[in-house]
Design a protein around this ligand. Structure first.
Ligand code: NAP
Length: 338
């Protein structure tokens, strides 16, 4: 049995962690930490949990590590997370961090895009990027896993087979991505206000979205080449889900069947990647509330379009985090996950 803590218990991603962990046969939630007032129960925050899971939350502290915990999920915002991670690692507790604080091997890239000095460079060196389909062996031995961002998960799972086979130009990748609004977290902002989002579709953070360097750094790593992605995220009036349409140029002619065969080979043993059959295209409806990523591709003249859909809160966050916990703790990888 793995004893699990959640640090930042009131986050959207925490609710998904709780729901997933409650059906996990080999995990038990023993700690919920929040900066909210003491005495608050998690079901006061997420009323859907009333009578199912009424556990009291503890006051979050930077110097007080809970006892009786083997692994913690950190669901704090980037730049805050790294203020809490070291105390858990130093106490011998494994960490899956859902923020971006440990995703970049090059500290200068993190500091440029997140506009703060990294406060924990020593643990950053040991962190493993938690995309199991690419880095499973490293995750097995990790004590600190940097859970990938939601857009990067969707984009990288679609692109990785072609990049690893050196089939596309890595410096000319167009990613048109659309996300449900829960991707922006629980804290209300004007940009997530109902009146701004309902009946609306708009691009945002073009050229400055912080998932751009994350996608580029992993493509450079697995493709061993310079990379440039033209990444345009959009917010769509849906609660959850991501669809990426990615336009790439192949180095030689390739057919739809060849790409489908490549995807099928690459993901043959992967429980959470589903390659669409025939002419079917991924849709958010088929992956929402699951840890599955659906992918397919279409060759159109000199460009090939790759499609990839996930649930941002599951494969893009909490589902993948539990998948990483399972790998780190020696549980069956699919435990607790749909
Ligand atoms: N949402 C997604 O789809 C998604 C996908 C992938 C990764 N992520 C990442 O996962 C993490 C959680 O995301 P989320 O969307 O679930 O966040 P969220 O709903 O906005 O919740 C953020 C949590 O952090 C706490 N918090 C904020 N500032 C804090 C501070 N200064 N000190 C202590 N606690 C603080 C909040 O507590 P209070 O209740 O006290 O405000 C809340 O529990 C983030 O790093 C995010 O980038 C999110």
């Amino acid at each position: 049995m793995t004893k699990v803590g959640i640090v930042g218990a009131t986050a959207y991603t925490s609710l998904e962690l709780i729901k997933t962990l409650l059906r996990h046969p080999d995990a038990e939630i023993t700690y919920l930490g929040t900066r909210q007032e003491t005495g608050i129960r998690i079901s006061d925050v997420f009323t859907v949990l009333t009578k199912t899971f009424d556990m009291p939350c503890s006051q979050l502290s930077k110097n007080d590590v809970p006892k009786d915990v083997d692994l913690v999920f950190i669901t704090l915002p980037p730049t805050i997370s790294m203020q809490y991670v070291p105390q858990f690692l130093d106490a011998g507790i494994k960490v899956v961090d859902l923020s971006a604080d440990y995703r970049f091997k090059e500290i200068s890239v993190y500091e440029k895009w997140y506009k703060v000095k990294h406060s924990d460079p020593s643990h950053l060196k040991t962190a493993v990027y938690g995309l199991p389909e690419l880095f499973r062996e490293k995750i097995k031995g990790a004590t600190l896993v940097a859970n990938p961002g939601c857009y990067p998960t969707s984009a990288l799972l679609g692109l990785a087979p072609l990049i690893q086979k050196n089939l596309i130009y890595n410096d000319d990748i167009i990613i048109d991505a659309k996300s449900g609004i829960s991707g922006s977290g629980r804290e209300p902002k004007e940009s997530t206000h109902y009146c701004e989002r309902n009946e609306n579709l708009e691009a945002y953070n073009v050229g400055v979205h912080r998932h751009t360097p994350e996608i580029e750094s992993i493509i450079s790593l697995i493709g061993n080449s310079d990379t440039f992605v033209y990444f345009t995220p959009h917010l769509i009036p849906m609660n959850r889900g991501i669809l990426c349409s990615m336009y790439v140029k192949t180095k030689k002619k390739i057919t739809n069947e060849e790409i489908r065969d490549l995807f099928n080979d690459f993901y043959a043993r992967e429980p959470f990647v589903r390659v669409c059959s025939d002419d079917k295209l991924p849709k958010i409806k088929d992956v929402v509330n699951t840890n599955t990523c659906e992918i397919s591709a279409k060759v159109l003249g000199e460009r090939t379009i790759i499609f990839s859909s996930i649930d941002n809160l599951m494969k893009g966050a909490s589902g993948q985090a539990v998948q990483n916990m399972n790998i780190m703790c020696g549980h069956r990888e699919t435990m607790g996950l749909l």
